[in-house]
Design a protein around this ligand. Structure first.
Ligand code: MN
Length: 234
């Protein structure tokens, strides 16, 4: 029997898929923290891979918005930062995935922006509080169309972000501290990964604040482009 609800259930969050009529339904949004050395350094938190493991935070799937949108400058911040990232899209469920088998769980990739209320994130970080108010910001997970690349592990690709035509972030995915196989293996120790899970794999150095009116354009070579315009405060 079809259940009835008190009100209309929230819509399915989805992304367009390049070359396909079907859209990709988004399940969860995982984000890797501090996964490029130069970015970890600019945050004042260098990473020693020999003694550390990756760590994660999440965004609500409802925070996902498609590339090309204008998003109002968010409330309760004076330091809204851009983070360009390669986004891995899980296509096959997996738990305790072996790194050598990680490719089998990849559907494809997108180019994403992990927009961040940096002032709130750092205040929380320094008080030992959760990062949600800094990271799980409404409309903060900006995502390009998903490019199907089943079974392909991206090992190097130029990644860059410009604001109003001026380059702010520029690196290569080969600079990831924990590579895509290692992330899938580690994250799947904690979660039963599902098709439609998005993994924002971390941002390179050069993060910085945006202002109302700014136009952001990011690229991951061979994957796609993501665009965002920052609107006036809501
Ligand atoms: Mn990030």
């Amino acid at each position: 029997m079809t259940p009835t609800y008190l009100w209309a259930p929230p819509p399915v969050v989805s992304l367009p898929v390049s070359g396909r009529g079907e859209r990709l339904p988004v399940n969860r949004v995982f984000c890797v923290g501090r996964n490029y050395h130069a970015h970890a350094l600019e945050m004042g938190k260098p990473v020693d891979k020999r003694v550390e493991r990756p760590f994660y935070f999440t965004k609500s799937p409802q925070a996902v918005v498609a590339s090309g949108v204008t998003v109002a400058y968010p409330p309760e911040t004076t330091s809204y930062h851009h983070e360009i990232e390669l986004v891995l899209v899980v296509g096959q469920a997996g738990f305790r995935i072996a790194a050598a088998q990680a490719h089998a769980h990849i559907f494809g990739y997108a180019c994403g922006l992990d927009m961040t209320r940096r002032d709130l994130q750092l205040a929380a970080r320094d008080k030992g509080r959760p990062w949600d108010l800094g990271k799980d910001v409404e409309q903060s997970a900006v995502c390009s169309a998903v490019l199907p690349m089943p079974g392909v592990v991206i090992e190097h690709a130029a990644i860059a972000l410009s604001v109003n035509g001026i380059t702010r972030q520029q690196s290569d995915v080969n600079q990831l501290i924990w590579n895509l196989r290692e992330i899938l293996a580690d994250l799947s120790l904690f979660y039963h990964l599902q098709p439609g899970d998005l993994i924002f794999t971390g941002t390179p150095e050069g993060v910085g604040a945006v202002q109302p009116g700014d136009r952001l354009s990011g690229q991951v070579a061979g994957v796609g482009e993501v665009a965002l315009t920052v609107g006036p405060p809501a």
